[in-house]
Design a protein around this ligand. Structure first.
Ligand SMILES: Cc1cc2nc3c(=O)[nH]c(=O)nc-3n(C[C@H](O)[C@H](O)[C@H](O)COP(=O)(O)O)c2cc1C
Length: 173
């Protein structure tokens, strides 16, 4: 699929078919994620793949009751390894680069999933400590995005975007 087609065609999907996503496909999504750019090529990402209903249910609770997370056969939790980034770049690595790097990896997952006919949603609204406890994530690793992955059971229309004229500044702000 053409990159621009994926960029413009992807939608947040919040309803999923009762159809499994094979492990090889999930591995393909992770492979795409790890080709994201990262500051100093530090690659401060960690991925947790969740399939167990019990754990998905606890993620729904951590994510303020967003039930569609549980509906997806697979949930990928993208984590930022703050330790790795801070070893390379100190406070800027910890507070900025590792978030940027994992965001780029997350977007790779969304676009690749879309190109394979899968639906995903970037879920950022969750209680971090609850997610950490549920997934046994050590301190120094920060869960940053929860991504339910499945075959879409909805085809939402595009959400609007701010016009280019309002967002671009030439030469100075
Ligand atoms: C950082 C971030 C956090 C988000 N958190 C949530 C969330 O918790 N729940 C949700 O349903 N969508 C969430 N979204 C998805 C946005 O609502 C969605 O991307 C936006 O409305 C544009 O729609 P589109 O993705 O279909 O283009 C999040 C997106 C981003 C980038």
């Amino acid at each position: 699929m053409d990159v621009l087609e994926a960029v413009k065609g992807r939608r947040s999907i919040r309803a999923f078919k009762n159809q499994d996503v094979p492990a090889e496909i999930v591995e393909g999504l992770i492979d795409a994620a790890r080709w994201a750019p990262s500051a100093g090529n530090i690659q401060p990402w960690e991925f947790i793949i969740v399939r167990k209903p019990r754990i998905k249910r606890r993620l729904v609770e951590a994510a303020l009751g967003q039930m569609f997370i549980e509906e997806a056969p697979v949930v990928i939790v993208v984590c930022a390894n703050e330790e790795r980034s801070s070893q390379g770049y100190g406070a800027r690595g910890k507070t900025l680069y590792c978030i940027q790097d994992t965001a780029a990896a997350t977007q790779n997952i969304h676009l690749t999933a879309y190109s394979l006919g899968l639906g995903t949603c970037w879920v950022g609204a969750f209680r971090e400590e609850e997610a950490r406890e549920t997934l046994k994530i050590p301190y120094g690793i920060r869960p940053v995005a929860v991504i339910p992955v499945g075959y879409p059971a909805e085809a939402p229309p595009p959400r609007s975007r701010r016009p280019i004229s309002q967002t671009v500044h030439y030469e100075t702000f």
